[in-house]
Structures are given as C-alpha cells and as structure tokens.
Design a protein around this ligand. Structure first.
Ligand SMILES: Nc1ncnc2c1ncn2[C@@H]1O[C@H](COP(=O)(O)OP(=O)(O)OP(=O)(O)O)[C@@H](O)[C@H]1O
Ligand SMILES: [Zn+2]
Length: 548
C-alpha cells in the first residue's frame, strides 16, 4: 500500500465507513456480501453493537468510530432487501445530502423521521405485504388498490401502509391508473368536507385520470349518517376508500360499507420486529447526535433495556420510538451505557412528559377511564362528569366509554337496579346512531345515573366465585353429570334411557312451586347448600372507613 496519506476517502454507501479510493470496489463486494448475510437475520446484539472493524482490514480507515458505528447500522437496516451491487456503486455520493435532509427534518418526532418510505422498509404484516404471499401485495402488483378497512392496534403502521400502497402502485406497478392520496380523520372530517373531497376526486379523475385514495383514520368514529355519506361514492368507484380502525369493524361499521370493503387485519409487531424498529431508531438518533447535535458519544442501550422498552410499548411502534427519544434526550450528557434501572427512572421521572407524548391510547387513556369508573363506584357524580368531559375533550372514543358503562351497570350496581344495564346499552346505541357531539349528553346522563344508583357487588362476586370453582374443578365441580331429570330428551331412545324422567314442569303446578333439585347430586352431597349459595352474599362489605 503505497498510496499517499492524502488519498481521497470515500464513504461506503452501505456501511458508511471511509474507504480509500483505490480500495472501494473490493470493499463494496465484501460489504454487500456481509450486508446480505446480515439482512437475513441480524441478532439484536449485532444490530446494536455492530463490530468495529480493525484498522487495516478491508483498507477501512475509521475516521470517527462513533459515526461509523452508528451510521453503519442505519445503512445496514435501511435497505434490508439488499439491492444489487451496481445500484449501490452508483449512489456513491457524499453524505452532505444526508446531513441536509437530516437538518431539515430534525424537529420531527423520531417516529416521523423513521416512517418507512418504501414497502421494503415496512416491518411486519408479512401476511399482507410479502412478495410471495401477501394478500395486499397481490393487488399492488396488479397496479390496483381495493377499498379496504385496515383494522389493527395503534402504532402498527396503518397510516404508513396507506401511504406506501399508493406510492408503490404509482412508482413500481403503474397499470394506467395513478392514485392520489387524500388523508383525513373521522374525528375532524365533517360531512361537508367529505362532499368536497368527493367533488374534487371526480374532477381530478375526469381531468387527469388520477384516482383518489381517501384515507380516513379512525373511521369507526363516524356515525351511521356519516358512514352512509361514503357509501354511494365507494359504490360508484369515485374514490378508493382506505379506512383505518382500532376497533372491531363488525361492531362499528355498517354492513353496507363493510360489504364494499375488504377487511385486512394488522397485528401487533412481535419482539423481533420491534427490536428492528428500535435499532433503526437508535441508528437515526446517533446520526442526529453526530451530525446535527454534535454530541460526542453515541447512544448505547443494552439488550435488557431494549427488551424493557419493547415490553412496555406493547407492540406500538410509535410508543416505542417516543420512549427511545425520551431516553436519548435524557442521556446526552453521559457516555455510559444505560441499564434497565436507569431507564425505568428516566421514564418515571418524565411521566408527565410521557403523558403528553401519548395519544389517547397511552397510559392517560387507562388512567382516566379508571378514575371515571372509580368515581361512579364511589357515587361521586361530580367527579364522574369531570372525568367524562375530560375524556371526551381529549378525543377518547365515546364508544369505549359507553362499553365501560355497560360493564359498570352490572359490576357495581347489578341486582340492585336492573334498569341501568339497558340504560347503558341505550347510551351506547345513542352514540352509534348520532355520534358526537350530539350523543355527549346521553353519556353524561347515563354516567350520573350510574353514580347515583345504589351499589351492589352481590352478582359480581357470585359470578367470580362460581367461575373460580369451575376452573378449580375440585370434586368434579364442573365435570359431574347433569341430573337426569333436567336433561333434554329429544328422541324416544333418550326418553327410554331415562332422560327427563320425573321432571316436574313448574307451570303445571300451583304457583309454579315444586320440590325439585337443580344442582347435580354429587355437588349437593359433597358441598351442601351453603357452598352453592353463590348469590347469598351481601351487596357491599362491612368495613368502616376511619376517615369518614
Ligand atoms: N410496520 C412498521 N414498520 C416500521 N415502522 C413503523 C411501522 N409501523 C409504524 N411504524 C412507525 O410508527 C409510526 C406511526 O405509524 P402509523 O402512524 O402508520 O401507525 P398507525 O397504525 O396508523 O397508528 P394510529 O392508529 O395510532 O394512527 C411511523 O411513523 C413509523 O415510524
Ligand atoms: Zn462498507
């Protein structure tokens, strides 16, 4: 190696190491091979701690280990498909453009910076998008996008998928028709806005032959009337409808609409997939640290920390990336690798910030509904409507609240007032029929009725007890024979066998009263009446609150 010290250095487009000019081709061959190996199944550790090359090998000169480490990883995962070598060679440009791009988007949340730009970057949901067997990919390949409902938990990439479908068909599989994506959300789109969209899409199609793909986030929050507005346009093919929903569409969408859309189910990302997203996050943050924020050390997270973040994100990528971002901010001053304990502390210390980070699906969502439920249970009608209003203003799904009230009617009031269950169901119905804001008072009315109602857990406790006993199945509690006289005897043979024999049909008797045993003999013999008297418990407990 007699090249001068000043020989030009070039960034490898794959691993981003600085390579001497004369050695780049040879390096690329090795690097591509390595990348393809890695793309098959990088382990968590290899992703996070990409081995640092020894100086000299491959003629790599590590200018700044930090940068090499972090950016290498990002390149590794940014194109897991492993494009042919030639295209990599062609993209041999300085990463000045990279830096510019980074600076332009630096204010965006991490999850936005990392939003996949190609279908190949999209993690998970292979049942929909894999080239071999993905149901959606089959459409895309034919250059078509059917009207569909994407049903899945928050942060699994419904919005992203909608964008990628449109983009992929337009750029990779154009079959005469191109698509434009119009994005809106059921929480903000009025009927008027929808009309306008339909008008525009018709005009657009006549003039430019572009088909509008209308993406409606949280489509389940449209009431029946609003859903009906969509119907004729979907039917006539004026638009392709892409609805995203976190709720079971069969409960929330009307049948006519459902029958015109394909339903695709998106699943939570599994641990490996979440780790993949997180390691991209780490790479991106390290890129920002190095190139924009000028932080001297990279963010380093151990495997246990990663797993912890994966666990508490519960398959929600946006949440995971938000947490990661928070961890990054809190650790800029320290080059040490974080352990799980300090990450817990960071998250707890920032829990108020965390709350604003989280959308309605976050912790706040569960805390508020819990406070609402407890206020009703405690018969505090004022706190009840306070939490109700807070949830509605925060954009909580009114049907979620209504469902909780249906539960409360049985769990906390139960046998002491049987009118509250139908009332809660009616409130749910009201929301289904008229939606918000009109149905807000129906929710408030029902919540106050629940708060004022007498409370009883007699039914709730009995139900729990009987189920627990069935699960334990002690002395064949749940598996002993059904008494012969209570059995059904649909055939002559069964009658002959003694089914239904000696059964006393109550309506034949005075006041319907007879002496007849309904529990299986074994249970009565073994446990006696006391233990089967599930419903004899008190409505409420006996403890005295000393604070009263
Ligand atoms: N499958 C995925 N692969 C890679 N990144 C993803 C994936 N899904 C989500 N993300 C990341 O999470 C962010 C949020 O995704 P997106 O908005 O598409 O989720 P969503 O399912 O529509 O969520 P919500 O129901 O909360 O609106 C994206 O910007 C992206 O960074
Ligand atoms: Zn390389």
């Amino acid at each position: 190696m007699n090249q001068s010290k000043n020989e030009q250095l070039i960034s490898c487009p794959i691993c981003n190491s600085k390579i001497k000019y004369h050695a780049i081709n040879e390096h690329l061959d090795k690097c591509t091979a390595r990348k393809n190996d890695n793309a098959k199944g990088p382990t968590l550790n290899s992703l996070l701690r990409g081995k640092r090359k020894q100086p000299g090998s491959d003629d790599i000169e590590i200018i700044e280990p930090t940068r090499v480490d972090s950016t290498k990883r990002s390149k590794l995962e940014a194109s897991p498909s492993g494009k042919p070598l030639d295209s990599d060679k062609k993209s041999l440009v300085d990463n000045i453009d990279d830096v510019k791009q980074l600076q332009k988007n630096i204010h965006q949340p991490l999850s936005e910076k990392l939003r996949p730009k190609e279908l190949s970057e999209y993690v998970g949901q292979q049942h929909l998008i894999s080239r071999e067997s993905g149901v959606l990919y089959k459409y895309v390949k034919e250059g078509s996008i059917p009207s569909m409902i994407l049903w899945g938990p928050p942060g699994v990439g419904k919005t992203t998928l909608a964008r990628l479908l449109t983009k992929t068909v337009n750029t990779k599989f154009p079959h005469g028709l191109t698509y434009t994506l119009v994005q809106t959300s059921a929480t903000k789109a009025s009927t008027q806005e929808l009309r306008k969209i339909f008008e525009n899409s018709k005009r657009e199609f006549t003039l430019t032959k572009r088909m509008t793909v209308l993406f409606i986030d949280e489509i389940h929050r449209f009431n029946k009337g609003q859903q009906d507005t969509l119907l004729p346009h979907v039917e006539a093919g004026d638009v392709v409808l892409l609805g995203a929903t976190t709720e079971n569409p069969s409960f929330q969408l009307n049948n006519a609409l459902m029958s015109r859309c394909q339903i695709f189910v998106l699943t939570k990302l599994n641990t490996a997939e979440m780790c993949m997203v997180l390691s991209r996050g780490i790479s991106m943050l390290n890129k920002c640290r190095h190139l924009v924020w000028k932080v001297g050390h990279p963010l380093r997270l151990g495997k246990d920390v990663l797993n912890f973040v994966v666990d508490i994100s519960m398959g929600d990528t946006r949440r995971a990336l938000n947490l990661l971002e928070m961890i990054e901010v809190s650790t800029r001053d320290s080059p040490n690798e974080l352990d799980e304990k300090s990450v817990r502390e960071i998250i707890q210390g920032k829990s108020s910030e965390l709350r604003t980070y989280y959308d309605r699906q976050g912790e706040n969502h569960y805390d508020t509904i819990s406070a609402f439920h407890k206020s009703i249970r405690g018969s505090d009608e004022n706190a009840t409507i306070y939490y109700l209003a807070r949830m509605l203003q925060g954009g909580e799904d009114p049907l979620y609240i209504a469902r909780r009230m249906i539960r409360i009617a049985s769990e906390d009031i139960g046998v002491l007032d049987h009118t509250l269950l139908p009332l809660a169901v009616a409130a749910h119905d009201a929301v289904m029929k008229v939606g918000l804001p009109e149905a807000d008072l129906a929710l408030a009315q029902c919540s106050v009725a629940l708060a004022r109602a007498p409370k009883s857990v007699q039914l709730y406790r009995a139900w729990k007890t009987v189920n627990a006993k069935l699960r334990e199945n002690q002395d064949s509690f749940g598996s002993c024979g059904i008494p012969m006289h209570l059995r059904n005897a649909p055939t002559k043979l069964m009658t002959e066998l003694g089914y239904a024999r000696d059964y006393k049909y109550n309506p034949d008797f005075k006041d319907g009263k007879v002496s007849q045993q309904y529990f299986p003999e074994e249970i009565v013999a073994r446990s006696g009446e006391q233990e089967t008297n599930f419903m004899s418990g008190p409505h409420l407990g006996e403890a005295n609150d000393p604070d009263l």
